[in-house]
Write a protein that binds this ligand. Structure first.
Ligand code: UD1
Ligand code: UDP
Length: 365
């Protein structure tokens, strides 16, 4: 048996790693161990519970309003101790968070091979998104296997001179998780007005903190006041830099429902019910096109250009007037809406986890 240590820290990592963990558990050769750094506490637990995955090791790292340097330092020290004790044959990480970069570095120091799920996403600007682009570049340099979701991601890695034979295009495991979930009977569990079109909102990016975030919230407030027949639903990220501003601007707008983060299944239900989605999330940019939902992204650039090229995701940044114009267009213009609601899924076919497991199996046999 080969000991495979799957490391997850935040909500999106757990959603996208779950299909890999579940697929590894079905094999006869892998002794799967799950390490939760718990960089996110409540949101990570929500996802692990939903997929019925129990962490074998829990570092309980999260602190309120944690700073990047202390988070990284604490992660490195604790991960080092685990790697010394566990001696895994491989470490698998997913995405671009501080957990991912720290885990890849700690494993590298112990000369343990690292598999990077969702490798090769790049904006080309090391400061944007912050700090994720740096996390991806560092993890890419350290990893042994690069599980790229798309051909474009593979090309990004080749441009960085990573060996062709170590890059495997698998699709994104987010589509595996989405398909597992979307086909079930789902309940949103939040009372929205069924007569109104639903606009789903999520926001959390660090580079939007401060003025950009206030500008986005002001635009959302204006849109809700101008469109009383539209229902806005916004499950608010618990980061205080997000939550405080969101409640300040939107907390008392009658057609704006603010709620705690939704469990994954109710969130998928919300995406399915939505007329359109407004977000700065990476994962939501990948899921929504597969559900034929138009997405407007509150960012100036994206490392997920495939859906933008398809015309089903549009970047609108954080400018007040631009956001109002683009949202209003999709609310008012059926033709513009139809062009973006086409149900193209450039990020995967639901088989990514199997491809990842087959690569690992081949290596170890
Ligand atoms: C992190 C990732 C980001 C990812 C996002 C997904 C880093 C630096 N950032 O951002 O790449 O897109 O997760 O959501 O790795 N908090 C809670 N409960 C939770 C989770 C967070 O209270 O379950 C609060 C805490 O006060 C915590 C703060 O949010 O300190 C920030 O969490 P952190 O993981 O540092 O950053 P995110 O903004 O969540
Ligand atoms: N999500 C969720 N509940 C919510 C909001 C989002 O389960 O209330 C899921 C969503 O379906 C997607 C993931 O969380 O799979 C995205 O996480 P997030 O936006 O926090 O991070 P990012 O993808 O930007 O790193």
């Amino acid at each position: 048996m080969k000991k495979i240590l799957c490391i997850v820290g935040t909500r999106p990592e757990a959603i996208k790693m779950a299909p890999v963990i579940l697929a590894l558990k079905k094999t006869h050769w892998a002794d799967v161990r799950v390490l939760a750094t718990a960089q996110h506490r409540q949101m990570l637990d929500q996802v692990l519970n939903y997929f019925d995955i129990k962490a074998d090791i829990d570092l309980d790292i999260m602190r309120p309003n944690q700073a990047l340097t202390t988070l990284t330092a604490r992660l490195l020290l604790k991960l080092d101790g685990v790697l010394v004790g566990e001696k895994p044959d491989a470490v698998i990480v997913q995405g671009d968070t501080t957990t991912v970069m720290s885990a890849a570095l700690a494993a590298f120091y112990h000369q343990i091979p690292v598999g990077h799920v969702e490798a090769g996403l790049r904006t080309g600007d090391i400061r944007n998104p912050f700090p994720e682009e740096a996390n991806r570049v560092i993890t890419g340099k350290l990893a042994q296997w690069h599980f790229a979701p798309t051909e474009e991601a593979r090309q990004n890695l080749l441009k960085e001179h990573l060996p062709n034979q170590d890059i495997i295009v698998t699709g994104n495991t987010v589509i595996d998780a989405l398909l597992m979930t979307a086909s079930m009977d789902l309940e949103l569990g939040v009372e929205c007005d069924p007569e109104k079109r639903l606009v789903l909102v999520t926001l959390h990016r660090r580079e939007n903190f401060g003025e950009p975030f206030r500008s986005i919230c002001k635009a959302l407030q204006r849109l809700a006041l101008d469109n009383p027949t539209v229902q806005f639903l916004y499950p608010v990220h618990p980061n205080p830099n997000v939550k405080d501003v969101a409640y300040e601007f939107l907390g008392s707008v009658s057609n704006f429902i603010l709620c705690d983060p939704l469990d994954y299944a109710p969130f998928v239900a919300a995406m399915k019910e939505a007329y359109m989605i407004l977000t700065d999330s990476g994962g939501v940019q990948e899921e929504a096109p597969a559900l034929a939902k138009p997405v407007l992204v509150f960012r100036e650039e994206t490392e997920r250009p495939e859906a933008v090229a398809e015309g089903v995701v549009k970047l609108v940044g954080s400018n007040y007037e631009r956001i109002i114009k683009e949202v209003q267009l999709l609310l008012d213009d059926a033709g513009a809406y139809r062009k973006m609601a086409r149900g193209v899924s450039p990020y995967g076919d639901g088989e990514a986890a199997d491809r990842i497991v087959r690569t690992l199996q081949k290596y170890f046999s």
